[in-house]
Design a binder for this molecule. Sequence first.
Ligand code: CU
Length: 161
Amino acid sequence: MSMTRKMLTLVVVPCFALLACEVNDEPEVTVADPDTPAFEDDFEPVEEETVSLSEVDGSGVTGEARFTEVDGETEVLLQVENAPANASLAAHIHEGRCDDQGGVAEGLENVMTDADGEGASTSTVALTLNQIMDGQHYVQAHGEDGQPITCGDIPERGNGW
Ligand SMILES: [Cu+2]
């Protein structure tokens, strides 16, 4: 064995040993067979829906609400644009439709707007997405006098759900 070959061996072997050690420390990963019932039981898809909010009575205020179901509750991220600046706007999920308004189903955190009239709030409501998406709920933000300024009908889920 030449001198060069000996040095190579000395360098290569410890590196390999280290690598092998790291690999052995990795937790064992098992991939469930998608065809087995156990996989379906364990598999919980992220349930999410996004709703656009339109201006009300020429307010010019628009927005978007994103609903994400987590553990039987629903997180609501509400964003508004072109709203009154530096304002605290009440917001709710209501029963009914934007053109056939009903009472408050769930209160949302007030939306605090910045100098540009943009703002957002994050709330958690004790309703599942299926309950919200029954075709009889809408999301709405109110102006500082309480009047609706932006509204979005929450769509009804089809049979696929
Ligand atoms: Cu309201």
